[in-house]
Design a protein around this ligand. Structure first.
Ligand code: HPA
Length: 248
């Protein structure tokens, strides 16, 4: 049976309308997850919610214990993860407040604990990661967006930077040349760790701002917050449609 988890990012520390049933505070072999896992019910479907940056939002992207977060979800029986995340827009369709469901990623992050396969291993394991997001889950999210009448990009390449600073204009230009459509700081190693534990994983990304240098001027927190507010409201509509559709 499918058991769904939603990981909320910046702008989604709590799920509105979630009927909370209980909280589970876990400790894993890899440390403590970002927050207590929230068990709840939304649109008649049970799910788990985790605030990636903690609740309140205090953990920066490079300090998140991605391994503990994903391990804990597996331990709680989760089979499917929808990862909600704020991003910067690089390609022209990715304007602020727009939503994209990426199909590819490039990892530019470093010095993060990025695998469960280390230490006393019986064998060396190389997971297949050609297609980093679960296609069937992406398809269901795209259908939910259509149902909710929220326009989304059905594809896109997500570039994961280290943060917490934003990028330079030259870094964004390089990412553009690499084929990145979106830039964020939390997509990896989260997606790879989910794959290592054989969990379905797809991302719902909300564009908060244009990537550095795409338009003139600096990136302000006020701008980010304003666009995220609008974008996350639309992301919530998609999630609600997804839950309604996948209930039967
Ligand atoms: N860069 C990286 N991560 C982000 C951005 C950005 O411009 N906006 C929101 N998350």
């Amino acid at each position: 049976m499918t058991k769904l988890a939603i990981i909320g990012g910046t702008g989604l520390t709590q799920l509105a309308n979630l009927n909370i049933l209980k909280h589970t505070q876990l400790s894993t072999p890899f440390g403590v997850p970002s927050a207590a896992y929230v068990h709840g019910e939304l649109n008649g479907r049970e799910l788990l919610f985790l605030a990636r940056h903690g609740n309140p939002h205090t953990i920066p992207p490079h300090k998140i214990n991605y391994r503990a977060n994903i391990w804990g979800l597996k331990e709680l029986g989760v089979t499917q993860i929808i990862a909600v995340a704020a991003v910067g827009g690089i390609s022209s369709a990715m304007e602020p407040a727009h939503i994209a469901i990426p199909n590819q990623l490039i990892d530019y992050s470093y010095e993060r604990k990025h695998t469960f396969f280390e230490g006393d291993l019986q064998q060396v394991t190389h997971i297949d990661f050609s297609y980093p997001y679960t296609e069937s889950l992406r398809t269901d999210l795209i259908a939910a967006a259509k149902q909710a009448k929220v326009p989304v990009s059905n594809n896109g390449t997500y570039g994961c930077t280290q943060g917490p600073r934003l990028e330079t204009a030259a870094e964004i230009r390089r990412m553009q040349q690499d084929g990145c459509d979106l830039v964020g700081m939390t997509g990896m190693p989260e997606a790879a760790l989910a794959r290592e534990l054989e969990l379905e994983y797809a991302a719902l990304t909300v564009v908060a701002n244009w990537g550095a240098g795409i338009v003139a001027g600096e990136i302000t927190m006020a701008e980010i917050e304003q666009h995220l507010h609008k974008g996350m409201a639309n992301a919530a509509l998609i999630l609600q449609a997804f839950l309604t559709e996948s209930k039967n």
